[in-house]
Ligand binder design. Structure first.
Ligand code: NDP
Ligand code: MG
Ligand code: MG
Length: 327
């Protein structure tokens, strides 16, 4: 059974007399900086001059260049994009680290794949919210929190876990529940999950379902409502009530049809494909490919995005969403 921490297992004390530098003020950076400050902690922001800098200042933070923020802080939160982290780390973070500091990540990618190699004299922890940044802030303001994973990569002080739990508490995650994991497990499950199920799997399932209906001569608009719009409604049921709870809430015909035909469509070959994808993540092959693609300026990513943008489901979707949401 996983080790799960809630509010009463965590204290803000390890952060009380510390200065926290949140590096980055984007999706996670902004949400976590605001939540930590609202929790009564001392937060500064590290950035380069630009849009984020202006926003963070407008929202009342003292903003510094990254190296300056690191010099002034005890806890560093690396909340800039994963592919940008290695360079910023090398030039502006690592040279200014002092013994006993804590470095926190929201995803294990750069540390797990060796793109960042922290020195032995700091604590290295992770608090990874399992949610987009906007939700991290929204739930906090509503008096709730989003679940998160917490991990210790390096425990120089002997108190790294307490510091990580304090961060988790400060951003509101312990209100929901925080599961202890490792950098390896968080990184690999996150990548495998988004590739095979969340982003990759869902998108392909919906596109192929749409193509099937359209190729059989049904109207694209009808196909859109059937496989894309309703997917959210079914997912909401699964999210709230579990798979059986969803089955109890759809028609008996859908229940029977889904249970008998589902495994024929998403069959064992799909699982074999998932295992192959997982193997590429676990061996580091995917990370190497992605770092290389990023260095080249992401030509393949641009091309794939373009192809997706011109898929018929997107053309129809635009019309349908105008109808539904007035876009
Ligand atoms: P974002 O893409 O939102 O980060 C953008 C921020 O980083 C901006 O403030 C940007 O400033 C700043 N930035 C970019 N480059 C630099 C630089 N060279 N120097 C200084 N600041 C820079 O990142 P995310 O919040 O999406 O991701 C941050 C971390 O959180 C990642 O490790 C990610 O894996 C993890 N994570 C993200 C989740 C999410 O929902 N997005 C969910 C869970 C984890 P500027 O305006 O100047 O460009
Ligand atoms: Mg991810
Ligand atoms: Mg994820």
């Amino acid at each position: 059974m996983a080790k799960i921490y809630t509010d009463r297992d965590a204290s803000l004390d390890p952060l009380r007399d510390k200065t926290i530098a949140v590096i980055g003020y984007g999706s996670q950076g902004r949400a976590q900086a605001l939540n930590l400050r609202d929790s009564g902690l001392d937060v500064i922001v590290g950035l380069r001059p630009g849009k984020s800098w202006e926003l963070a200042e407008k929202e009342g933070f003292k903003v510094y260049r990254v190296d300056e923020a690191v010099k002034r802080a005890d806890v560093i939160m690396m909340l800039i994009p994963d592919m940008v982290q290695p360079e910023v780390w090398k030039n502006q973070v690592e040279p200014h680290l002092r013994e006993g500091m804590t470095v926190d990540f929201a995803h294990g990618f750069t540390v797990h794949y060796g793109l960042i190699k922290p020195p032995e004299f700091v604590d290295v922890v992770m608090v990874a919210p399992k949610s987009p940044g906007a939700k991290v802030r929204e739930e906090f303001l509503a008096g709730r929190g989003v679940p998160a994973l917490v991990a210790v990569y390096q425990d120089y002080s002997g108190r790294a876990l307490d510091t990580a739990l304090a961060i988790a508490k400060g951003i509101g995650a312990t209100r929901a529940g925080v599961i202890e994991t490792t950098f390896k497990e968080e990184t690999e499950t996150d990548l495998i999950g988004e590739q095979t199920v969340l982003v990759g799997g869902l998108m392909e399932l919906i596109k192929k379902g749409f193509e099937t209906l359209v190729e059989l001569g049904y109207q694209p608009e009808v196909a859109y409502f059937e496989v894309l719009n309703e997917a959210k409604l079914i997912m909401d049921l699964i999210w709230r009530y579990g798979i059986t709870g969803m089955l109890e809430r759809v028609s008996v015909t859908a229940r029977y049809g889904g249970l008998t035909v589902g495994p024929k469509v998403i069959d064992d070959r799909v699982k074999e494909n998932m295992k192959k994808a997982a193997e590429r993540v676990r061996s580091g092959e995917f990370a190497r490919e992605w770092v290389e693609e990023y260095r080249k300026g992401m030509p393949r990513l641009q091309k794939l995005l373009e192809d997706t943008r011109s898929h018929e489901i997107e053309r129809v979707g635009k019309e349908m969403r105008r109808l539904l949401f007035g876009d």
